[in-house]
Design a protein around this ligand. Structure first.
Ligand code: ACK
Length: 272
């Protein structure tokens, strides 16, 4: 053990199982479609997606090369096989050694949509925060919600996504859109942002063609900066949807705050 050296991966993270990866992709698409029924969002989205119909807009985000494959993940530390400072210490830390191979519940609290990326926001709990080691950030999280009952929407991966989305429309869970404009105060009464560690935690659901996955975290940080700037937050438009609030931070930065969190299962490990 004296000469024990850890093998440093490309990155560490929480990897969703296949069923939850599939479910979250579908839920993300369903929410995106819901947002597209808000005319202001659809108009703005069309301005950068240049798609002629909803189907085309839903196809705008693609899984980036680095995230190809079936499993979604939330990066806890990007190591670049040891090139990133602190990678060795992180990899050999007690928390990481003990955390590898363990299961964690990840809490999804919303979605961020920009011309570059589509990401799910993750609220890390105290145990998960011990494994979190990404760059500068401030923290935003929602008030505790009820774990969503969306698991019944997990379908066999042999189904085509479109077929599943169609069947989701029939489900009582599916959010039917009657968007109304609400005041910033109204949103803030239901949604309490807090500062701190872990605010950049996300799951990349898709990127515009040619955009790298790392951009999702930057877009999220950008949005968090808006959320924490009272001047911006008080001026932006917020639409109330049946299952959340859709907020326009300008420059085609949109955030969907969910009123009920979604919990997904994940395995913490390195990606080599
Ligand atoms: O969506 P992500 O967190 O953004 O997941 C992918 C994963 O590593 C594999 O590429 C993330 N990633 C890439 N480069 C960086 C970086 N410089 N800092 C933090 N995360 C990164 C990317």
């Amino acid at each position: 053990f004296q000469h024990w050296e850890p093998i440093i991966p490309l990155y560490f993270g929480w990897f969703l199982n296949e069923a939850d990866s599939h479910m979250l992709k579908l839920v993300g698409m369903a929410y995106l479609e819901e947002c597209l029924r808000v005319p202001e969002f659809a108009k703005d989205f069309h301005s950068f997606a240049h798609a002629s119909d909803i189907r085309g807009m839903l196809d705008y985000y693609l899984m980036p090369e680095s995230c190809k494959g079936r499993m979604l993940h939330c990066t806890s530390k990007f190591c670049s096989f040891g090139d990133v400072p602190g990678s060795f210490e992180y990899t050999s830390s007690k928390n990481v050694l003990e955390g590898c191979g363990q299961c964690y519940k990840l809490c999804i609290v919303g979605f961020v949509m920009t011309p570059r990326t589509f990401g799910a926001r993750v609220k890390l709990d105290a145990e998960e925060l011990k494994l979190w080691d990404q760059e500068s950030e401030s923290q935003l999280s929602t008030s505790p919600g009820v774990s969503s009952g969306v698991r019944h929407l997990v379908h066999s991966s042999t189904h085509q996504n479109l077929t599943v989305i169609n069947s989701m429309r029939e489900s009582p869970w599916y959010p039917h859109c009657h968007a109304t404009l609400v005041s910033s105060e109204e949103l803030e009464q239901s949604f309490q942002p807090t500062k701190g560690k872990g605010s950049r935690a996300h799951i990349t659901l898709g990127c515009a063609e040619g955009i790298a996955a790392v951009t999702t975290g930057y877009d999220l940080l950008d949005v968090i900066e808006c959320e924490e700037t009272p001047d911006i937050a008080s001026r932006c438009r917020t639409f109330s949807l049946p299952r959340g609030w859709l907020r326009d931070y300008g420059k085609s930065r949109w955030v969907l705050y969910m009123c009920r969190e979604i919990t997904v299962s994940s395995l913490f490990t390195g990606y080599y």
